[in-house]
Design a protein. Structure first.
Length: 127
């Protein structure tokens, strides 16, 4: 059986491939039985990693990260069209703090690699 694609389908496949390459690593937090989540991975130049979870107002979550090169970092959530930033750092290689959850929202820890080489990132959070 021979499969053939029209130019329109081929263009769609190519567009999907480009979008997949441009996308960041989007990771949903899945806490283990002890209430901990850990993630380590390389972050390619010009890419970002976003690690997210639905959290409830009043929760306090200790978190930390380390990277082998400076990265832009923030914790954010969305309220309608407005983006709130409980934490924001420029050119950071590590941080450790507690997130005091101010509202029932979906929160994301986000790192951007603005450098020209791959960065190794390690992150942990406890609920």
């Amino acid at each position: 059986m021979k499969i053939s694609f029209t130019p329109r389908i081929l263009a769609g496949i190519a567009a999907l491939a480009v979008c997949a390459q441009a996308r960041a690593q989007l990771i949903e937090i899945r806490f283990n039985e002890q209430g901990r989540f850990e993630h380590s991975a390389p972050v390619a130049p010009g890419k970002f990693v976003e690690i997210c979870s639905k959290l409830s107002k009043g929760q306090v979550l200790p978190w930390s990260f380390k990277s082998d090169q400076p990265m832009q970092f923030n914790i954010h959530y969305h309220e309608d069209k407005k983006v709130e930033f409980p934490a924001k750092l420029q050119s950071a290689t590590s941080a450790e703090a507690h997130l005091d959850v101010p509202a029932d929202q979906h929160y994301c820890w986000m790192w951007a690699n603005k450098g020209s080489s791959e960065v190794r990132l390690s992150f942990s959070v406890q609920k």
